[in-house]
Design a protein around this ligand. Structure first.
Ligand SMILES: Nc1ncnc2c1ncn2[C@@H]1O[C@H](COP(=O)(O)OP(=O)(O)OP(=O)(O)O)[C@@H](O)[C@H]1O
Length: 406
């Protein structure tokens, strides 16, 4: 019976050297490799991804030289660890990494079952069957619970370690909103903002983006990146974005030496599905070290399957974004459109996916410019609104920009 495959392990590692970000999409652990040398290389890859989000074979040179004594059983006398790493890179075609990872995982599971059965066979010579059965069950269930499960003690340790790091929280630049969020946008959390047509969803989205002090991705499904950036440039130059349409010389002159310091990356995504968008967001996490992403807006994410209701599709979209944010340790903002009667289509799905869900409302006497935010649901703070109908927390500046200010 085949319990391991050296070549598969080599192909996988070689493939990862060439496409390091794929490591984020496979569910393998170093102990799933049969050959200790491969387990070590994979563990080093995981460490480098956590530390600097990518790696190349050159990152392993010094480290591999030091590993020579540990690996000497694997290598022929004259072979060198660094030469072996290069061989891994060179000998591989372009592998289907998730498929190969699944095969390696299958071998790891087989070895666990095989070892348990062998042990049971020996024990049965001397022990009662019931006892051996319990041992066998413990052994096998032990192997299946390892992946992705932590004890309370392990979780506690991870919390204690994380306390040494500064909080991964980024201010929106809107003080009342930051306060309601408990400081700002937190890594791993998803925030929903719903508003009726023309309530200012896009303006709120690009105002937050403009104010943020961290790299982030703006996923533009409705207005394009140039339209949005025009509003920001209009704000910078204290004019109205409509002026750009006339193309007057003074606008061009004002922008001639203009330097943009914002850390916004744009992805124009009209008609894209949630999976297509997440692939780009994942690349932006690796390439640009983005701390979060803004989706403008949720109901425009395409990909509804035949026979699937729109509500179910939207629920899955929201949940996939939220899961992605949690898994990759980035925040996510989902802008959403409310119907005229104040209802949110597919709204329950959004509510379930979000850690906080805000409704954007106009204010009675300030209805043209004033807005307040109703905190419709929150998983991690007390529920308290930001402003009220009589007391706007945001004002829409339509002379310059437009943009929101407090
Ligand atoms: N250049 C501008 N000058 C003045 N007001 C503007 C300008 N651009 C947009 N507005 C107004 O600002 C408000 C907010 O616009 P915004 O595009 O943010 O709304 P929205 O809720 O995203 O709209 P939609 O329903 O189209 O998604 C709207 O009332 C809009 O008419």
């Amino acid at each position: 019976m085949k319990l391991h495959d050296e070549n598969l392990e080599q192909i996988l590692l070689g493939g990862l050297f060439r496409k390091s970000d794929e490591i984020l999409h496979i569910e393998l652990q170093p102990e799933d490799f049969y050959y200790p040398v491969h387990a070590d290389i994979f563990a080093k890859m995981q460490a480098l991804i956590a530390e600097k989000r990518s790696f190349i074979v050159a990152d392993f040179t010094l480290w591999a030289k030091g590993k020579r004594p540990d690996w000497e059983l694997y290598f022929a006398e004259e072979a060198e660890p660094t030469g072996y790493l290069q061989e891994l890179v060179d000998c591989t075609l372009t592998p289907d990494i998730p498929h190969i990872a699944a095969q390696i995982k299958e071998f790891a599971r087989r070895r666990t079952v095989y070892a348990a059965v062998k042990e049971a066979e020996v024990l049965l010579e001397t022990r009662p069957a019931a006892e051996v059965m319990t041992l066998l069950q413990d052994c096998l269930s032990g192997s299946s619970v390892v992946e992705g499960i932590r004890s309370a003690q392990e979780v506690c340790q991870d919390i204690v370690i994380s306390l040494d790091k500064p909080a991964d929280c980024h201010q929106t630049g809107l003080a009342y909103l930051d306060q309601a969020m408990g400081g700002g946008l937190y890594a791993g959390f998803t925030y929903g903002f719903c508003g009726a047509e023309k309530s200012g969803k896009t303006t709120l989205a690009h105002t937050i983006s403009y104010n943020l002090d961290c790299p982030h991705l703006y996923v533009a499904l409705e207005m394009g990146s140039e339209q949005i950036e025009t509003r920001n440039l209009a704000r910078d130059t204290q004019i109205n974005s409509l002026k750009f349409l006339d193309r007057p010389k003074e606008v061009k002159d004002a922008l001639a030496n203009h330097r943009v310091n914002r850390q916004t990356y744009y992805y124009d995504a009209p008609g894209q599905s949630v999976d297509e968008i997440m692939t780009r967001v994942a690349s932006a996490v690796l390439r640009y070290n983005i701390k979060g992403f803004i989706v403008d807006y949720w109901q425009l994410v395409a990909g509804q399957q035949k026979g699937e209701t729109e509500e179910r599709h939207l629920r899955e979209v929201a949940q996939k974004f939220a899961n992605f944010a949690r898994k990759h340790g980035v925040w996510c903002i989902l802008m959403a459109q409310m119907n005229k009667d104040g209802q949110l289509f597919g709204g329950n799905g959004l509510k379930k996916a979000c850690d906080q869900l805000y409704m954007i409302h106009g204010c009675g006497e300030y209805s043209e410019h004033g807005r307040w935010l109703q905190l419709d649901a929150s998983r991690y703070t007390f529920r308290g609104n930001v402003g009220s109908d009589e007391n706007p927390c945001l004002f829409l500046n339509t002379k310059q920009g437009p943009f929101f200010h407090e």
